[in-house]
Design a binder for this molecule. Structure first.
Ligand SMILES: [Fe+2]
Ligand SMILES: [Fe+2]
Length: 456
């Protein structure tokens, strides 16, 4: 039986990979959650058939480090990265979309040079374990479930019948220390299909918790979505199912931003402490801050509604999503999008992505049916012009009022994030003057009035 080592801090993704590789290749995977334990395992077990690593851990690109460790301990073991890798280590392979498990299996089979005969000869088990985490949102058992006392042999005892309701039972099984239930291997495809379809629900579950946890979960979700969107050409080739899941996940994350907005301190400088005291990423933090300010600015308008709040939040979740991998790759990238055009280290392709991110993102989302109407237009114009670039700083008049409110809020978010001084009345005055000069046009400056009412 083939076995591999996986480095992944996202439990649902590692559970999913484990089940898929066991079911489709009869391969076992040991999962490590951080670099230190991953290194210890590599040092201990140099006989694994493959190594899989998620491309970034805690928002840090770790491909190079993983490449060095793998090269040190297991130089001949093939190495696979899940997600967007900015610099792929030599002789390693990349599966851009971490949820495209079929692509992972296909690549593994190709690299390991396994054909149908090799597959047949693997030690297939009669039963496949399904971790309980993958079943948490499945209402009914899709097949009979079994359990065993001892992990190596049997006997397999019937735990529940096909179509039984399982949600109440899962907590009971957990209290009995049952970590996985077993399904008959011949029904594995049916079971896997339902597990994959419920992946989204598992993510939704992950997106709960306190304000700080919530922000972290939004960041994780944004990170996952950015891996799916970072290559526009690849994005257009994705299946409708993956795109659908991506949008659903984004909706959950942006709804969470709305929920968090209600719990956030109403004082902006307190809010900024959340950013300064942690390693929150700029893209998602300025999006969250802008969402918060925009909602505050328009909440007395007659056109304000809960649906509007969701639309704003979803729009801001997506607006800079393709910049996330760039901010990970270049930690010194300016925390101000107006300065991206002057950044010298971009490759030609990265420069294109950075400078035209409004147009590229809007094109990607244009074809997706289950998004609110007009979201693509808002994204296209979010740098104050209808060309969809961030080259000019002069703002365009012909943009919707909502579009203008967001631009004003976002510019102020950027100014606040970059401000290093303690916010006194005097500093506040200076910050607003800076914003006013950046806005230039009357129709935008007018919108400073509701912004000034938000306590700092
Ligand atoms: Fe932005
Ligand atoms: Fe932007």
């Amino acid at each position: 039986m083939a076995h591999g080592i996986m480095l992944c801090d996202q439990p649902f993704l590692s559970d999913l990979t484990k089940v898929n590789l066991l079911a489709l290749m009869a391969a076992k995977v040991s999962v490590m959650r951080d670099l230190a334990s991953f290194e210890s395992l590599l040092a201990l077990d140099q006989t694994s058939d493959f190594i899989i690593a998620i491309a970034s851990l805690n928002n840090r690109d770790i491909a190079t480090q993983v490449g060095i460790l793998a090269g040190r301990y297991c130089p001949n073991t093939p190495l696979f990265f899940l997600g967007h890798v900015t610099q792929l280590p030599e002789k390693s392979f990349n599966i851009q979309n971490p949820f495209d498990q079929l692509a992972l299996v296909k690549t593994l089979l190709k690299v390991l040079k396994w054909d149908k005969e090799d597959l047949k000869q693997q030690r297939w088990t009669d039963y496949i374990p399904m971790p309980l985490s993958l079943l948490e949102h499945i209402e009914k058992a899709k097949d009979d479930f079994y359990w065993i006392n001892d992990h190596e042999s049997g006997p397999y005892n019937l735990l529940c019948k096909k179509d039984d309701l399982i949600q109440d039972k899962i907590s009971l099984w957990k209290s009995q220390k049952i970590k996985a239930v077993y399904v008959r291997a011949e029904n594995k495809f049916q079971m896997l299909a339902s597990v994959n379809a419920h992946l989204l629900s598992a993510m939704q579950r992950a997106l709960n918790g306190s304000t700080e946890d919530g922000l972290e979960q939004v960041q994780k979700a944004a990170h996952l979505v950015s891996q799916i969107t970072c290559d526009p050409e690849e994005f257009h080739k994705l299946s409708e199912e993956v795109k659908f899941q991506m949008v659903e996940l984004s909706k959950v994350a942006s709804d969470l931003v709305c929920q968090i907005s209600h719990k956030l301190p109403s004082n902006l400088s307190k809010l900024l402490e959340l950013y300064n005291n942690s390693e929150k990423d700029f893209v998602q933090f300025h999006s969250m801050l802008t969402t918060y300010m925009t909602i505050q600015m328009i909440h007395k308008e007659i056109w304000y509604s809960p649906q509007m709040t969701q639309k704003i939040s979803l729009f801001l979740f997506f607006h800079d999503i393709i910049l996330i991998p760039l901010y990970i790759k270049y930690p010194d990238l300016p925390r101000d999008e107006d300065l991206l055009k002057d950044y010298p280290k971009f490759s030609a392709k990265e420069r294109q992505l950075a400078l035209y991110h409004p147009k590229i993102t809007s094109n990607m989302l244009e074809s997706i049916p289950n998004l609110p109407i007009g979201l693509d237009q808002l994204i296209l114009q979010h740098h104050g012009n209808s060309r969809g670039d961030c080259l000019e700083t002069e703002l365009f008049e012909g943009i919707s009022t909502l579009g203008k409110v967001v631009i004003v809020a976002e510019k102020f978010a950027t100014i606040l994030i970059n401000n290093k001084e303690e916010i006194t009345e005097e500093v506040k005055k200076k910050l607003f003057e800076k914003l006013e000069s950046k806005l230039g046009k009357k129709s935008y400056i007018k919108l400073l009035e509701p912004l000034r009412k938000i306590p700092i």
